[in-house]
Design a protein around this ligand. Structure first.
Ligand code: G6Q
Length: 545
């Protein structure tokens, strides 16, 4: 669908106003911002949907936030949010809606898409998932030999893997400990081999999670899983008991040999990386139980409602998105570090990498015009405090500006001696050290030798957000995920790019499809790639013998 031509971003008066504002305050040090206003640390905070969001350690003034909100407004963000929530086909290059918010809409409510309320079918699938999850959890789902299912292996990749594995790791303490969960995604056979090395096929259930049911990695792994199971169970009938599917493609599911009665559906308006609250979350539901899964949906919904209704200057996803734009486009910051001070969130940065980078890693606008400004940032991170002993050096004293998202919880999941106080002391200390640094004068007063002073000086002025939540519960995870989802959407509206397609993954897939038979051919194939690829293929063929 051809898009209405928008005023190019850099022509907007609100953009120009921000450029002028940046010239004025871009070099001001956070020390001076704080010195000028004693109340800053409490005023520049917003509390919503269970998240205390402290953005005072950002290189902004109240006026900056106003100007950024003006830009978001001029970008049509309000209308874009409404278009998303009302099921418009905002994924224009694929002609689809992006209605993940409907996945967490309460029973009885209404979210319309092409004149149809989609909420009843969302709940129909949720109820089917619940009945299944309850049965597996209660030991009522037995395998082909009558043994109880004890192992769940999710086979999927990208959006059909990263959400489930992240949520399982995050909510492990809520999981049924008698069940073992494994996640297989990579086409590298090691992934499958290691996942099943200690499992008994008679006690193992595979969830083949694939929206399309055609993805090379997933279908190859699913085929290998079927061979592995049948090699021991020796009866094709066993597939019905040991394989279920999550997909939108019933024909392919049935072709694979899975009974479509054991298929959990979703719809084309759920994008892969926005699908962890759909049936793609089946493994999560089996792990944590239907009640906890519902609590996770409720948490996400709270954030959805906040996003749809709160004014931009008090709106967490909007604030987060605008701050990203501020550094990305006015300070040339290339990346954002996500630093959860919660070990259970160890896969959260990896999950966010897909959500953010596959969504906003775009170089043309929705109208197809090349952009003349930076779009999606590089997201990366690790849980604290581990990162402190590794890459924080570069954030503190390196030459790059890396805004940080600190995520912390007031209550620990495990109360163990002093651990949580020490963990929290570290997160508060890092945000403070980054912002305020340590001057040469301070070092001199401490008696540090002159020649060491440059090495020990911390310039500071390194921005961060601190997000403080109560405890890592299913609801808290739901809120966090929805926060970042909507942050991504906010930025896409400002950058005028489409966040719901991913054409950039296609070229490599197509080429791999051409190269695979060349690697496998018995006779020397005629190669017509570039000289480097040709040479690599020849070398590989010779080496593998
Ligand atoms: C996500 C992408 C991509 C997708 C995988 C798996 O937004 O579309 O990561 O999730 O390629 O696709 P299938 O679920 O169709 O196997």
């Amino acid at each position: 669908m051809q898009q209405k031509i928008k005023t190019p971003l850099k022509f907007l008066p609100q953009w120009k106003a921000l450029e002028a504002h940046h010239m004025k305050i871009g070099r001001t040090h956070l020390r001076d911002f704080f010195a000028a206003d004693n109340g800053r640390g409490e005023e520049m905070t917003v509390e919503a949907a269970g998240i205390y969001f402290d953005y005072s350690k950002h290189r902004v003034k109240t006026e900056t936030i106003k100007l950024l909100a003006g830009l978001a407004d001029a970008s049509g963000l309000r209308a874009s949010i409404e278009a998303m929530f009302t099921g418009k086909r905002i994924n224009v290059t694929e002609g689809r809606a992006a209605l993940h918010i409907a996945l967490r809409a309460p029973k009885g409510s209404s979210v319309m898409m092409d004149g149809e309320n989609v909420v009843p079918k969302v709940h129909e699938v949720l109820e089917k998932m619940e009945a299944f999850a309850d049965r597996v959890r209660a030991g009522g789902w037995t395998g082909h030999t009558g043994k109880t299912i004890k192992n769940i292996v999710n086979i999927g990749i990208g959006g059909s893997d990263l959400g489930p594995v992240m949520a399982y790791e995050a909510l492990r303490n809520y999981s049924q400990r008698g069940l073992t969960f494994r996640f297989v995604s990579n086409i590298d056979g090691t992934d499958f081999a290691e996942a099943v090395v200690d499992l008994d096929p008679a006690e193992t259930l595979f969830i083949v999670a694939s929206k399309t049911f055609t993805t090379q990695e997933t279908m190859t792994n699913a085929g290998t899983a079927r061979d592995w199971a049948l090699a021991r169970l020796k009866d094709k009938e066993a597939i019905a008991k040991h394989f279920v599917a999550v997909s939108t493609n019933a024909a392919k599911v049935s072709e694979f040999g899975i009974d479509t009665a054991n298929m959990f559906g979703f719809w084309d308006w759920v994008g892969g990386r926005y699908s962890m609250f759909s049936a793609i979350g089946l493994s999560t539901m089996i792990a944590i139980g239907p009640e906890n899964f519902r609590a996770m949906l409720d948490g996400a919904r709270e954030m959805d409602e906040h996003y749809r209704t709160a004014p931009f200057e008090k709106n967490l996803p909007v604030l987060m998105g605008m701050l990203g734009v501020w550094y990305n486009n006015f300070f040339d910051a290339q990346s954002i570090a996500v630093l959860p001070y919660e070990q259970y969130l160890k896969r959260f940065p990896a999950y966010l990498q897909q959500l953010t980078m596959e969504s906003n890693g775009k170089r043309v606008t929705l109208e197809g015009r090349p952009v003349d400004y930076q779009t999606g940032q590089v997201y990366w991170g690790e849980p604290g405090t581990n990162g402190q002993h590794s890459f924080y050096q570069l954030i503190h004293q390196g030459t790059k500006l890396i805004p940080c998202d600190f995520i912390a919880f007031s209550k620990p999941v495990h109360k163990l001696g002093r651990h949580h106080d020490l963990l929290m002391a570290n997160v508060f200390a890092q945000a403070s050290a980054l912002a305020f640094g340590k001057t040469a004068e301070e070092l001199k007063k401490e008696g540090v030798k002159d020649w060491l002073i440059p090495h020990k000086t911390f310039e500071g002025n390194r921005p961060s957000t601190t997000m403080l939540l109560d405890e890592l519960t299913p609801a808290a995870l739901g809120r966090l995920v929805a926060l970042y989802e909507h942050c991504v959407f906010t930025q896409s509206a400002i950058w005028q790019v489409g966040p719901f397609d991913q054409w950039g993954v296609e070229l490599g897939k197509a080429l791999a499809g051409r190269i695979a038979p060349e690697l496998e051919a018995k006779d020397e194939p005629k190669l017509a790639h570039d000289s480097s690829t040709n040479a690599l293929i020849r070398r590989y063929r010779a080496a593998k013998g």
